[in-house]
Write a protein that binds this ligand. Sequence first.
Ligand code: FES
Length: 592
Amino acid sequence: MSSSSHPTVKLRSADWFGRKDKLGFIHRSWMKTEGFSQANFDGKPVIGICNSWSELTNCNAHLRQVAEAVKRGVWAAGGFPLEFPTISLGEPFMRPSTMMFRNLMAMDVEECIRANPIDGVVLLCGCDKTTPAQLMGAASADVPSIMVTGGPMLKGRWQNREIGSGSDVWHFWDELRAGRISDEDFCEIESCMSRSAGHCMVMGTASTMTSIAEALGMTLPGCASVPAADSRRMEVAERSGKRIVEMVYEDLKPSAILVRAAFENAIRVNAAIGGSTNAIIHLMALAGRLGVALELEDFDRIARTTPFLANIRPSGKYLMEDFFYAGGLPVVIRELLPMLNRDCITANGRAIGENVAGAKCFDTDVIRTLANPLVAQGGTVVLRGNLCPDGAVLKPTAASPKLMQHTGRAVVFEDHEDLKERIDDPALDVDETCVLVLKHGGPQGGPGMPEWGNLPLPAKLLKKGIDDMVRISDARMSGTSYGTVVLHIAPEAAAGGPLAIVQNGDLIELDVPNRKLNLLISADEMQQRLKAWQPPVRHYDRGYGRLYIEHVQQANHGCDFDFLRRYEGGEELKGDARSFKRRASAKLPSPF
Ligand code: FES
């Protein structure tokens, strides 16, 4: 396919490579240092391959090979592929939290696309935050884009029992602290858990977000579930490379795919797969980039009518490899079709309903039917109350049914250091009926809203055989975690939310069926305590950290920067923000 067969499409890259003047000379001549022939500058669509490869992001460390497969597809379709790096976010390593850098990566992706001669983009991601960061950046740049996810790792196996990344770390850590396994066992499990390329292979944040990318329509059908080590990962990459060239000619942009109906589909799919609570934050942020009005209550409302179907850990029994063999995400989507917006257009140019119509399930225990779900209602509940006026969330499928309505005495940890110091202290005044409270784990307080929300249980209670307690915080929780854990309390403690004034011994009431979370003190007492509250010392006085703390929004808005959202509350921004939008979309001048 050549541009001459698409005379109506004006390529962005033509403003760099199609010119006959001095600028055209500069653009072509300097690119020729890489050995590209003149034929590549004669109207071929330039396809940027946005690669989050990094040896510091082990989950994405195979993406150079995936990029090669994408390039094969681009060349075959008559495009001109150019791979470029951005920052990458490695979940196990980055401090204080990859979440703090998601917006930085999104800005990197957006500006690299906008600043360069790129007609279409293939986004290569995998580890937790790399997927939403790329989606957010591509949505703001709004040139034709398709995502190729890196795929989950193969299953872990220790002493002939299957183990899953993340989830089993928390499990075996508790086993070690309770004295039920040895230090040697714990060390051996490290190797057995991570035995191939790819991202975590439970339904943690990575598998959740790659599945959501597919449910939104930003990947080819079936992309999310293929294991990283399976040759079909390269095959879907090659087909995606071919497809992006067509998308350029069709001018199929993220803004045409990522519409409100697609978000509703993604929220429903997230509920059916038992997806991570982190998806709420990322979807809210992505919606903000596109001006799609989304509320926390949309997640609760849709979850109430969505059964939990994907029997994958941490909420289920199996691992992502089993999910793939059972038919993968297309089977879940096909099962949900009666409840989905079937006409949403996807990256392959077809409607989502059409894509999955022929999907077959090969194991109905791994992917349940609507008639035989694991739980009648999946997803996340949204709580409100005097402790969380702007909302909090809880994932019932990962929680204990007996704790869904519980009132307990607060045991308060002022921050994560305080928690680490005292949680295993034999003198800690705590029993299993208490509510563990962690403050200063939010966007500003963490900073970066680390995944501290599933507070460890006190060792003395673990030894008694206690395996769950109510825990509340303004932090997030790893998608691989489980427990009766209230997260994302907004406003956070560091911003002066009511969480900041909870004291040891206060009674806290969690009532999930009625969506309530309350601190049982009088309104007068609450006002007095809030009046006496003093803001904590900020973590940063310069650099990106300062930018982050000054501009990050609360969890209920997705923790994006205020200046990166396109709309606020469904209304177009006024004044300066509006004129900024005009400037950003204006033609960019050349430096020469
Ligand atoms: Fe990268 Fe889990 S550490 S997905």
